[in-house]
Design a protein around this ligand. Sequence first.
Ligand code: CP
Ligand code: NVA
Length: 306
Amino acid sequence: MAVKHFLQFRDLTRDELGYVFQRTRIIKERFKHYQPYHPLADRTLAMIFEKSSTRTRLSFEAGMHQLGGAAIYLNTRDTQLGRGEPVEDAAEVISRMVDIVMIRTFEQDIIERFAAHSRVPVINGLTNEYHPCQILADICTYIETRGPIQGKTVAWIGDSNNMCNTWLQAAEILDFNVHVSTPPGYEVEPERANLFGTDHYQSFADPIDACRAADLVTTDVWTSMGFEAENAARQKAFADWQVDADMMRVARSDALFMHCLPAHRGEEVAAEVIDGPQSVVWEEAANRLHAQKALMEYLLLGRIEK
Ligand code: CP
Ligand code: NVA
């Protein structure tokens, strides 16, 4: 049977996602009640980081430990990957030694090449193009707070980056809408987002219009990792794309605010919003742990009845 990877959001079907959301709820509930659950005893996760991380490293490492397995942290600096070993060769070797791999890297092509040579499941822990584990956690957070996301409207304010692309893929699979507002020159690139079409999103020139009647307002940093050279230009271009109280006011009265973190208060989000009553950013971050545990369980064990 072909190895199942999670390299972009649409690698899981709507049905599989429904299963993973359900398992997330069960695994989280057990964890909250201090019930040990070790389905991945003796399994090892390799985590390869070519970019910085707090949440992704911690949630995968703690998550694997809590499932009874072990996690090994590797980065480009200390491994032969940083000295030019071909990614294909690294995949052949690493996937003979561990049971599952998570990679945070630059171009999507790198993780695709790794996966093509891997004997074990590969999970995207963020690339320039996508951040599927984050959206998995974000949607779990929406569902547990407000119920089904189908038919709802998500307002995406800011850069058409890895987070935006992944929201757009998720909208197609789970049948919700995304209102996108980006500064001129930073618009969505449907091909880079790898979308089936344009039915599930609309673009708005003014960010406040994107927020009208939204069920969820979300944003991310103006400058993603790997794009630091563009920071000065981006600071200017994105100045009017700060999620503030006026934007939240035109959203639905029960709208949530999410941010994958780390956040820059006073840039992409006003402090009163991220620290305000509609913000669920801490639960969103915490759900990385639970959603990824459900994801690893599914990729390694398939569907289970427990
Ligand atoms: N949201 C997220 O992926 O955070 P880290 O960069 O800290 O892993
Ligand atoms: N878009 C951001 C997300 C960080 C978790 C980045 O790629 O740097």
